[in-house]
Design a protein around this ligand. Sequence first.
Ligand code: ADP
Length: 440
Amino acid sequence: MGYINSTYLLVALSLTVVFACIGLAIWSSRKPRVNTKKVTVTGGLARSQEITRDQKWNSDFILSAIADGVVMVGKDNKIHLLNPAASDITGWPPSEAVGLDFHNILNLVNEKGEPCALLDHAFAKALATAQPVRDSNSWLATRGGKRIPISLIVSPVVSGGSKGAESVVGVFRDITAERQEEAQRSEFISTASHEMRTPLAAIDGYLALALNEKISKVDANARKYLEKATVATQHLSVLFRDLLTSSKAEDGRLASYPAVVELGEIVEQVAEAGRFHAKEKGLELKFIMSSSDGTGGGKVIRPLYYTYIDPNRMREVLQNIIDNAVKYTAEGTVTIRLTGDASVAQIQIQDTGPGIPAEDVSHLFQKFYRVDNSMTRSVGGTGLGLFISKKIIELYNGRIWVESELDKGSTFFINIPRLTTNQALEIQKKQAITTSPLDS
Ligand code: ADP
């Protein structure tokens, strides 16, 4: 018995060792667990592995949940995807829209309802250039014939090695409510500024009477206060005038009476008026007329820059830019140049003022924008002049921009399409002479 027991014991022990070795071998041959976080990153997007697994279901879910319209258009100009919000805005069910040419579904028009030119369509531009395109001025004609203002951004989808866009994805929004709010705000500003100008003119008039020595007797102290009140009243009057003009410019009600105008004459007149203010401040004001047309026999030929603009509106712009150059320049020179080529007349207004910080330059033409520095704080202004100037220049298909260097100065550029002498004569022949009253 004792002998049998020890044999069994030996066998059992050997078996235990064999199983333990097999177990250890299996354990050690297991794949190591390195990462417990299940994340996939592609093209700057991070998503969990569960999402990758159920990608189709998830992207459908996300696209349905987005309140903005999302449309994907392929290189073949066909709609490949349209989410429910896009369907609601356009009036096209996805089942009908997918496979159709995008021009049928995304029928962009201008404010007057005229169709957008084929190559100007934001989707066509993004497909052609493989660059993102933003458009906040278009209207979408829906399937039912309604016109809706939209804000749209179209981004190209570019894959690895390919050059152009494989497809483009557009995201757009109905901005009817924003437009209505803007219109109401603008209407309020317009009415308020118009109404306030009348009592203000009366106050200004009475202040002038009080300061007139032939009519009123005031002591030195009272005169000082009345003079200060006059300056403040005039400032307020400029503010109301600018508010009225800017609200009109915003909703396209800015009166403009374009005619054939020789730009040189206008620039010269405004520069002459500016010279007076510049001199008062101890600044030099130069007016230089040059042209790539050349000179003749050592004698400078004065080039004629014919343009099709409202002369009064152009004076308003030049006055504002020249006034600014004088206002913000403590010492040195303001130089006004008129130059150009066959198709463009260019005005440059250069100063030796404080310059404009690079981060402010892109905001400068926005409403109420003023650079926040000691110079602007000490100099009065409304922050509306450049906004109005830009709106006016755009009326004539022109462009206005600034180049500036801190502590060196700024140059404002204005480009206006130039007419040939023949074009100018043709237009003059056709056009009846009109006057151009400014907004009262
Ligand atoms: P404002 O009534 O304040 O002059 P503008 O719209 O004409 O309004 O100008 C906007 C802002 O741009 C100004 O407040 C000023 O900060 C800046 N700016 C305009 N012109 C110049 C200039 N020539 N030099 C420096 N800063 C300027």
